[in-house]
Ligand binder design. Structure first.
Ligand code: MTE
Ligand code: MO
Length: 427
């Protein structure tokens, strides 16, 4: 028999036990709330005889890891506008009802594309910067990858997110199928300001045309102030190169601005004096007013939140303690407060926040809740650092034409039935 080589020691720092004690203290408070852990009776009842996987050698390493096979059902929600005719047009929404924390795994990032995902060879792709500049420049990807970079966490939300929640009747679908046209990633790239300074803006420069290399040549006009502020030429997403669906090899990232302006597969930036009035900002992405006129250039995404757990189509298996959990964000900056109601907005309690120090990023909110078995209506209401607060659904609807489909940031309501079923309702 071969000698068995011991597992090499790892280099983890010793556990000080500090964090653990804190956790145990908090845990004790929760157990009295009758969470779902079961009581152990007697030493033999602990099941320490072991499971089959404890007695065999485990699987080998993988070059690129995948979720547990028991998690396979966690998938994006497809909204393919033209079905098989154009399988990459429309949206694939993030399954926010199955996710926790703040970062959306890259493989579950929402996708919103007008003409599919182009298969771009980075050796052939270039970014052109021209127009009202002293020195027009062309960047190969090799060149872009060698610039100084910065890393920031931001959400990207399609302005059509939650349009499904404007349907006359509340759809009974998972939260992500309605409100999942949003994701939050850690993005790394070159500040656009750096490239603009290298090219040298002429005094008349006011706008930038940003154009994608997909067959739709999706393009938008960007105010030069935003380009010089926090705009990023994004090259990495959650530590690895951008995913093809997110704009590989290069996308424009405009933190807090509507998803559409975050041009993927970026091939051209043209500095102009006026907006270009592209097809994508005239035929679409305008806000229809009650009098039939369309308001153009609503760049900043509103303050918003959604309870993800429990949410539509879920079922509470028992009465007792639950943690209400959800996501909040604002295009204007940081989230200052999220309040949660369990009685349809009659009373509100302040939720605990995680990640609220980051502007224009997802924040996780949580609130403990004791479900007694009675009917309840769960709502969340976010307020941002500019003091803006989510409107109720009726107030939001009153601002626009009934045909308006963009920028729905109104309060979302989930009704819990006496049987524990959770339904989408309009309040
Ligand atoms: N070139 C190009 N850029 C694009 C799009 C597109 O179809 N083509 N879709 C836009 C829209 S409408 C949105 S909401 C965001 C979505 O980004 P994501 O797919 O990474 O979530 O990309 C924007 N950038
Ligand atoms: Mo979008």
């Amino acid at each position: 028999m071969k000698k068995i080589i011991g597992d090499p020691p790892d280099c983890d720092a010793p556990d000080t036990g500090k964090g653990r004690r804190g956790f145990l203290k908090q845990g004790a408070a929760l157990v009295t709330g009758a969470a779902s852990a079961s009581l152990v009776q007697g030493a033999n009842a602990q099941g320490l005889a072991g499971q089959p996987w404890e007695r065999v050698y485990g699987a080998g390493f993988t070059g690129y890891g995948q979720p547990s096979r028991f998690e396979q059902p966690v998938m994006r929600h497809m909204r393919r506008a033209y079905g098989d005719l154009a399988p990459g047009s429309g949206s694939a929404l993030a399954p926010i009802e199955s996710l926790e924390g703040i970062i959306t795994p890259s493989g579950l990032h929402n996708i919103r594309s007008h003409s599919g995902t182009p298969d771009i060879d980075p050796k052939e792709h270039q970014l052109l910067l021209h127009g009202l500049v002293q020195r027009p420049l062309k960047f190969s990807m090799e060149a872009l990858w060698s610039y100084p970079m910065t890393t920031r966490t931001h959400f990207v939300e399609c302005s059509g997110n939650s349009a499904a929640a404007l349907a006359p009747q509340p759809a009974q679908v998972p939260a992500g199928a309605m409100h999942g046209n949003i994701a939050c990633s850690e993005w790394t790239g070159v500040p656009l300001r750096m490239l603009l300074e290298e090219a040298g803006l002429l005094p008349q420069a006011r706008w930038l045309l940003a154009e994608g290399a997909d067959s739709a040549h999706m393009s938008r006009s960007i105010p030069v102030e935003k380009a010089l502020d926090d705009a990023l030429i994004a090259l990495y997403q959650n530590g690895e190169r951008l995913r093809p669906e997110q704009g590989y090899p290069v996308r424009l990232l405009l933190p807090g601005f509507e998803g559409n302006m975050n041009v993927k597969w970026l091939r051209r930036l043209k500095v102009t004096e006026e907006p270009t009035y592209t097809k994508d900002e005239t035929s679409k992405y305008t806000d229809l007013q009650p009098d039939g006129r369309a308001l153009q250039f609503t760049f900043e995404m509103g303050v918003k939140s959604v309870i993800t757990r429990p949410s539509s189509t879920m079922k509470l298996p028992r009465t007792g303690f639950y943690e209400i959990s959800g996501i909040a964000w604002s295009g204007a900056g940081r989230i200052r407060r999220v309040e949660v109601s369990t009685d349809g907005g009659a009373t509100w309690a302040e939720a605990a926040l995680t990640g609220e120090e980051r502007p224009k990023a997802l924040v996780r909110f949580r609130l403990p809740w004791e479900w007694t078995g009675r009917e309840a209506v769960l709502q969340s209401r976010a307020t941002d650092e500019k003091g803006r607060r989510q409107p109720v659904r009726k107030a939001w609807l009153a601002q626009y034409s009934p045909a308006m489909v963009y920028h729905n940031n109104s309060i979302v309501s989930w009704a819990v039935g006496a049987d524990g079923s959770v339904k989408n309702v309009y309040v």
